[in-house]
Design a protein around this ligand. Structure first.
Ligand SMILES: [Zn+2]
Length: 398
C-alpha cells in the first residue's frame, strides 16, 4: 500500500493515516449515512460490506446518465454565453459537466463496448461505440479495439502501447528524465497548441480517413447536421464556447491528465520477476480524498480543519473526479485483472472484488490528484526505448 502524506496541516498523525481502507472506514464511522454513496463514488472505494444502490444496474443506465449530464451542460453553457456578463462566472460548471459526460462516453461506454462487455450483444456494442464516437469525433470501434484490446491490455507499457507512446513521444514525458523536467513537460503539454492540433487532426483522420466507408458517411452526416444547426440558429458563438471548447481543448487536457497517471509506465521487469508479477507492478488504482481531521480537536482549530477538509473535497477532489478520473477510472488498475468482467456497471464495487482474487492486486494510491501524479512521476526512473515519430502516437485512444 502506498503511503502518501496528506498535505493539509489538520491531518491526523496516528499510524497509516493515508491507508485508503482505513480512511474509508473512518469516513463511514464519522460522516452521515446519506453521504456514503457519494463518498464511495468520490473515493472510488466502498467501505467494508457496502453494496451498490442498484446491484444489477442495467447497461443502458450508463448511457442515460451521461446523456442527461451532457444535455444539461450544453444547455447551461449556451444559456451562459447567450446571457453574457456575470453569467460567464458559471461557465466552468457547465464545461465540467460537458467534459465529464464526453469523457464518460469514451472511457466507459466505448471502452466497455470494444471489450464486448457493454450490452451482451456484439452488434449493439459496435453500434453504440460507432454512434457515440461519431458524435464526439473520437476513435471508432475498429481503431479503438485494435489499439486497446489487442495492444494496450496484452502488451501493456510496451513500446507498442499507444497510451505510453503518446506520453513519451508526444508529451515528451520520458523515463530517465529528472522529475522536474517531466513535470514541466506535462504542464507544457496541457497548454501546447501543437499537441491540441495534433489531437484534433488525429480525431478528424479517425472519422474521415482511417475508417470504414460507413463511418465516413456517418461523420459526414453528423457534420452536416451540426453545420446546419449553426447556420439555421445563428448561434455559432454559443456553440463555439458551449460545445467546441469543452470537447476539444478541455477534453484533451482531461485525457492527458488521465494518460500520464494511468499506469506505472516506466516500471521495468526485474531479473527475478515473473511476467505476471511485472504486469501487476504496472497497475494502480487512484483513490481521491483526505483523512478526516484528528478526533479531539476543538474551537478554532476544529473549525479550521473541517473547513479545509470540506473545501478540498468540494473544490479539488470533486472537480478532479468529475473532470479527469471519470466513471471507473479510479479502479482502472483492477480492470486490467479481468478486462471482460461483466460487473462493469458497478465497477467501483466489482473491480475491488477482482482485486481480492488470489494472484495479487494493483497498488492502491490514495490522496489528491497531485499526490497521485507525484507518485507516478517518481516511477519514471528507468530508460525505455523510444519510438520514432509522433503521427501514429497522436492517434491514441481518445
Ligand atoms: Zn480496457
Amino acid at each position: 500500500m502506498e503511503q502518501i502524506p496528506a498535505s493539509a496541516s489538520c491531518t491526523p498523525t496516528k499510524s497509516n493515516p493515508s491507508e485508503v481502507a482505513a480512511v474509508r472506514a473512518e469516513w463511514k464511522e464519522r460522516l452521515p449515512n446519506w453521504l456514503q454513496p457519494l463518498l464511495t463514488w468520490l473515493m472510488g472505494f466502498p467501505y467494508s460490506g457496502q453494496e451498490p444502490i442498484f446491484p444489477d444496474k442495467p447497461w443502458w443506465i450508463s448511457v442515460v446518465i451521461p446523456t442527461f449530464v451532457l444535455t444539461s451542460g450544453v444547455t447551461m453553457a449556451m444559456a451562459i454565453v447567450n446571457h453574457g456578463g456575470i453569467a460567464w462566472a458559471a461557465i466552468p460548471i457547465a464545461w465540467l459537466l460537458i467534459v465529464n459526460a464526453a469523457r464518460t462516453f469514451q472511457v466507459h461506454v466505448c471502452h466497455q463496448g470494444i471489450h464486448g462487455n457493454f450490452s451482451g450483444n456484439q452488434t449493439v456494442d459496435r453500434a453504440a461505440v460507432e454512434v457515440v464516437s461519431t458524435v464526439l469525433m473520437v476513435q471508432g470501434y475498429d481503431e479503438y479495439h485494435d489499439g486497446h484490446d489487442d495492444i494496450h491490455h496484452p502488451k501493456l507499457a510496451s513500446d507498442e502501447d499507444p497510451d505510453l507512446k503518446f506520453t513519451v513521444n508526444v508529451m515528451k514525458i520520458k523515463p530517465g528524465n529528472p522529475e522536474s523536467v517531466n513535470k514541466r513537460k506535462f504542464l507544457l503539454s496541457i497548454v501546447s497548441p501543437r499537441i491540441h492540433a495534433l489531437l484534433i487532426i488525429s480525431r478528424l483522420k479517425s472519422n474521415f480517413v482511417s475508417c470504414p466507408i460507413y463511418r465516413r458517411l456517418m461523420s459526414i452526416a453528423w457534420l452536416a447536421v451540426f453545420i446546419t444547426g449553426i447556420v439555421v440558429s445563428g448561434k455559432w458563438v454559443e456553440l463555439l464556447y458551449g460545445c467546441l471548447v469543452p470537447v476539444t481543448v478541455l477534453y484533451h487536457a482531461s485525457a492527458m491528465c488521465q494518460f500520464v497517471t494511468e499506469h506505472f509506465w516506466a516500471n521495468k521487469r526485474q531479473s527475478d520477476q515473473s511476467g505476471g508479477g511485472h504486469y501487476l507492478s504496472l497497475l494502480l488504482n487512484r483513490h481521491l480524498g483526505d483523512p478526516l481531521p484528528e478526533k479531539g480537536i476543538a474551537g478554532a482549530k476544529w473549525l479550521q480543519c473541517w473547513v479545509i477538509w470540506w473545501a478540498r473535497l468540494l473544490f479539488y477532489h470533486m472537480p478532479v473526479r468529475m473532470g479527469i478520473l471519470v466513471a471507473d477510472l479510479p479502479v482502472h488498475g483492477s480492470h486490467h485483472l479481468d478486462p471482460h468482467d461483466k460487473g462493469w456497471t458497478n465497477a467501483i464495487y466489482s473491480h475491488h472484488n477482482l482485486a481480492k482474487r488470489p494472484g495479487g492486486h494493483p497498488v492502491e494510491v490514495f490522496g489528491s490528484f497531485g499526490a497521485i501524479f507525484d507518485r507516478v512521476m517518481a516511477s519514471f526512473a528507468q530508460p525505455v526505448q523510444e519510438e520514432n515519430g509522433t503521427e501514429v502516437a497522436a492517434s491514441t485512444s481518445l
